[in-house]
Design a protein around this ligand. Sequence first.
Ligand code: MN
Length: 456
Amino acid sequence: MSMAPDQSMRGFLAALEAAGDLHRVDRQVDPRFEIASVMALRERGPAQLFANVVGHAMPVVGNLYNSRERFARALGIPVCELDAHCLAALRRPIKPVIVDAAPVQEMVHMAPLDVGALMPVPHWFEKEASPYITAGVIVAKDPETGRRNVSIARLRLEGGTRLMAGIAKNHHLAIMAEKARRLGRDLEIAIAVGNNAAVLLGSQLYLDLGDDEFDNAGALLGAPVELVKCRTVDVEVPAHAEIVIEGVLRPDDLIEEGPVSEFPGFYVNYGPGIGVEVTCVTHRADAIYQAILPGYAAEHCLLGAVAIGTTLTRDLQRAIPAVRRVFITDGGMGRLHAVVTMHRPRLGEGKRAVLMAMGCVNLLKLVVVVEDDVDPEDWRQVEWSLAARFRAHEDLIVLPGVKADRCDPVHEDLVVTKVGMVATTRPGDGEAGGRSEFVRPPIDIYERVRSELDLY
Ligand code: MN
């Protein structure tokens, strides 16, 4: 007998609290920069529940999924299985189901309304013009095909029912907004806040346009995601979310954004975002607002890292069977640096993996390839590989003038120099009598001691 998995965020909050991993801040906090400060100072620690927010009855939870261990725990799997679980979710999707009654619709507020009065949206950084919703999972349907898309984009409060959506140009939601603009239409959307880990992670996977991220979220969850129809738009949202904001994207309504934080930890100027007109807000009677600290912060970086790592593992393995794992590093902001592990690659295969990784993911600019006897999550071991197996004159690839992502902190005219370092074994390495035979005592004694180690 198996129990249906919990589809909410609050089930995991209860589990964290029971384990002592949810820190409750009872002191009154101001959503204007004070929540941001606490979350930044406790970026990697326990999740933070702000119970007493100035001007709001609704609490805020932050730093919820700020480690791979936290994500794995939320999905009910050991952390060593997280990559395989995400890969399986890409390969074996489970379609969502529609339900009639939903906790997220316990309370219904029809426009006119003030989004900023209904929920405590933090104002994050000094030079940003106003508060941003940062954990808003946006659901929309392609105006041409009707196919659903689920993704996250930043949403800035513009007062009352107005928001600004900042969407990367290559994201499916931006493509769908552009299709709507050419058809002379608005694009109906719904924004779910306070989501289960499966929905949040699923929304970040790199899929094809037309693929429904809820199918993969279901696979991550291990059950169909339960969706409910919105009240004012033809869109379905997770029934067990905390809050849903319904509205329309207005592709012709451009709002100049000004400086906004990005994952490198700097301000950037992206130009105009797209206006959103909110038509309705629904939420649980005791809703909890989820906030993800933007900028160079653990949770923000990790969301991208898991998605890129999963996609690249799939894509590289398809072409190069020796590839075992792609790990996107935290120091590389969860976007720019990858460590690829390979098992006994043939000559030149490591370089091919470097080129493919950079070809598949525009963001990547440093790819280090190591043997699969090295833990890519442990930089000490990666560095050991560079010291032990890397010959710079032939294992270093330097590619100047490659198209860069606009987020890259050091791009010039949108190009950047990309670097690959291949630190794998070569045929013959590690074998007895070979040029890099590992030192050890005689194997019979060593293995006997290993099997009886507790006796020593
Ligand atoms: Mn998509």
